[in-house]
Ligand binder design. Sequence first.
Ligand SMILES: *Cc1c(COP(=O)(O)O)cnc(C)c1O
Length: 382
Amino acid sequence: MTSSTASPVAPATAPAFAVARATTPRPAEERAAVLAALASSGGFGEVFTDHMARITWSTDAGWSGHRVEPYAPLELDPAAAVLHYGQEIFEGLKAYRHPDGSVWTFRPQANAERFARSARRLALPELPVADFIGSLEALVAVDEAWVPGAPETSLYLRPFMIASEAFLGVRPARRIDYLVIASPVGPYFKAGLAPVSIWVERDQRRAGPGGTGAAKCMGNYAASLAAQQVAYSRGCEQVCFLDGDENLEELGGMNVVLVLADGTAVTPALGTILAGVTRDSVLTILRDAGHRVVERAVPLAEVRAGLADGTVREVFACGTGAVVSPIGRLVGEDFDLPVADGGIGPVTAAVRRELTDVQHGRAADTRGWMHPLVHVAGVGQA
Ligand SMILES: *Cc1c(COP(=O)(O)O)cnc(C)c1O
């Protein structure tokens, strides 16, 4: 585990992670070939590193057994509650290699806090913030060689928690596994920064008031897949979901932001949508750049009219995976509207550049968003 005395968010009270190294890690040449192919392959989450972090929880022992172990299939009882009732939550963040060789992650405290909120909603135990951040530090310390260095590549980190107790009665499980796996990634969309087309789904909803829309849980994704199929069949890359009053909500795994002709940025208010760390960061960057930022209900009718008359100039999606991705077209059952000229708008481009420059260490981190994972001698101390 790397020392991170620089960080106030990972106090020394987090238990150390015992490390059991893989006896047959992927050979260095093979790993190099995987990393070299990232920038062009467009695959996301297809290859995994040699290790995973794990902590177990039981009602009796609480969180214990902090460890990093070889990446391997899980041994799970077929009656494990997660397989039947979907008691699961997850997170997604990235490790970035900076030009000096050090490795950093972005706002992990925000992910740790959201993970705790998701846990409460799914009746799972809350993992302490220090254990969450400690698990990322411990895994990346062991699998550092898997953090790619080419522009716009990173190591995607996927923490998740599952109800592993074998029990078919319906109640919160008494045995839980928390794991972190990691996957080197390039651009989320095959076409890189080319604007994506969005299918606006009117029939199927992913969330509702009082539901789990604000929790990052597997059930939300399961509920979004059939609409995603509809999107593909209509020639679109992603779905935008609506709420019961035909307001825009978000894409399956990304938040959505509109830029109006007067420079105002408008985005659906929190409630039934996922509170994206990228969303929050993008809104901060926009505010700091002098844009008015409004979080409110965004009626589909208003968006359609705004695209038609030019009031809506830019639309983009944002999330850890795709960072900031321009949306070039909104398609529905009875409309097909280009966004401006279908290219990447100036505000979208500027926000994307500022965010990625900070994440990849090409610009100063003036907001204290970056958290060191692996230092290089003499540098990287925040
Ligand atoms: C993870 C996720 C997002 C994006 O959140 P980030 O913290 O920005 O990665 C948006 N919507 C949904 C449904 C998500 O699961």
